[in-house]
Write a protein of this length. Structure first.
Length: 258
């Protein structure tokens, strides 16, 4: 869990291409979602196979112009493109919805209209007063970072840490691990780029995921982001670190003849 911070570290998030990376005091550290991706079993083999198959069918002409070996990587990477697109979609939906709620005229892409309307309905029902938005947080003891979606005070009187989901399949169990990882961070980077203590300054009381569907409806589900869940995340991090080691299996031994 979080621990008192004697000296606040520097936190840096660097964007590059479709992704980003994090640094604590200049040292690269993993993101919470990367840890979950490397250490938590997804049980999505069928989904990954379907995404690869769909990519192959939809890009048949392009792939046919490549050599057989060169076709493998784009097909294998198709599942990552779909996952990354879904992650970016949640951020885009929230930004469009906030601008619309502020009275701006916004040209929302057709594929996001339903999701944006779903968030506006959520906001109408729960009246979020936003405290933090798309904020980088860090755990200085466990050495990881992450970018949370929203911390907001809702109409029920609680301060919620919320994660927006726009996937086709709803909310998975790993959402609880992701939110626990964010909830128990000890520092965050404010809007002015200043590192501040996350606790007790922010003081999250509850955590939840909001599934914003393309049909303009939403589901708001509380998740178990308790200390016990954070302990599971800590084990997932250990598994991810073990999986990333290249020194577990040594070189073959030979027996010298006398």
């Amino acid at each position: 869990m979080s621990a008192p911070v004697a000296a606040l570290p520097s936190i840096t998030r660097k964007n590059h291409g479709r992704g980003h990376s994090y640094y604590l005091d200049g040292v690269k550290v993993p993101g919470a979602t990367t840890i979950l991706g490397d250490g938590y079993p997804k049980r999505l083999e069928n989904w990954a196979a379907n995404e690869a198959a769909k990519y192959a069918v939809n890009h048949w002409d392009e792939l046919s112009e490549l050599g057989p070996a060169d076709r493998i990587k784009p097909i294998a990477d198709a599942r990552h493109e779909d996952r990354d697109k879904a992650a970016r979609r949640g951020t885009e939906v929230h930004r469009y919805a906030r601008r619309l709620a502020a009275g701006e005229e916004v040209d929302v892409p057709d594929e996001l209209v339903g999701h944006v309307d779903a968030y506006l309905k959520f906001a109408e029902d729960w009246l979020p007063r936003e405290v933090l938005l798309e904020t980088t947080v860090a755990h200085t003891v466990f050495r990881y970072c992450g970018t949370l979606d929203i911390v907001a005070d809702l109409v029920d009187g609680n301060r919620w840490l919320l994660d927006l989901k726009t996937t086709r399949s709803g909310i998975f169990k790993e959402a609880a691990l992701q939110l626990a990882a964010y909830r128990f961070c000890d520092v965050y980077l404010d809007a002015d780029g200043v590192v501040r203590p996350f606790w007790p300054e922010i003081g999250v009381q509850r955590c939840g995921a909001v599934w914003l569907r393309a049909d303009r409806s939403y589901e708001f589900c509380p998740v178990d982001a308790t200390p016990a869940t954070f302990n599971v995340f800590a084990f997932v991090k250990q598994i991810a670190e073990f999986d990333g080691r290249d020194d577990v299996v040594g070189a073959p031994l030979t027996r010298e003849e006398e």
